[in-house]
Write a protein that binds this ligand. Sequence first.
Ligand code: AMP
Length: 219
Amino acid sequence: MKKIVILIGAPGSGKGTQAKKIAEEYHYGHISTGDLLRALDKDPNGNLEDKKMLADMKAGKLVADVLIYKLAFHEMDKYFNAGQGVVLDGAIRNVEQAEEYQKYFVNKKMENEVTAIEIALTDEESFNRLTKRRVCKKCGEIIPWLAATKDLTVCPKCGGELEVRKDDNEEIIRKRIVEQGNLALKPIVEYYKKPGVLQVIDGMKDIEGVWQEIKNIMD
Ligand code: AMP
């Protein structure tokens, strides 16, 4: 089983949901750069220069690569030092980032430990799912589109109030799909095709269906 699992997929493809399942099942660290950025946004003691870079996130754009490296590499160091693997959830969103992460892995002598899994989804389905999903105000749990449409009024985990995530409004979703949808993902997918580490999964399947495919790859 490889120690570094890179999940690639359009917004709403279920990367976050599957990353949590991988982290739980295999005791891997879950590295979600989106979560790390939102935590920085809420942190009153966060570095001010770093916080300024979050304006891009709020506008549906990608944030500066340097901030991603600072947050993600620091977080990965912790897990690697503890001997654990990591699952990267949306942590690589352009080829420059893929190259920089690769340098980091080489530096750690872990370049042969990489599996990249693309959860393939059309941009149209990505849009449909994002307009429907909800997030818990209290614990941050993301309620996937399917569950959110089943008359859920409170968070199934903690009972907290549900809301639409700030960057999940239609205008911003459209921007995110341009910036982070299939066209933007293509060069990243190509990057991982070269070393022969890429696996592609059908993201139109339900959560369990996608999970079974991931387990087949991991086990
Ligand atoms: P997510 O929660 O994964 O949908 O990420 C939320 C937002 O955080 C994205 O729309 C981007 O603005 C920003 N973000 C997350 N990861 C990255 C990354 N690797 N590179 C640049 N921006 C990112």
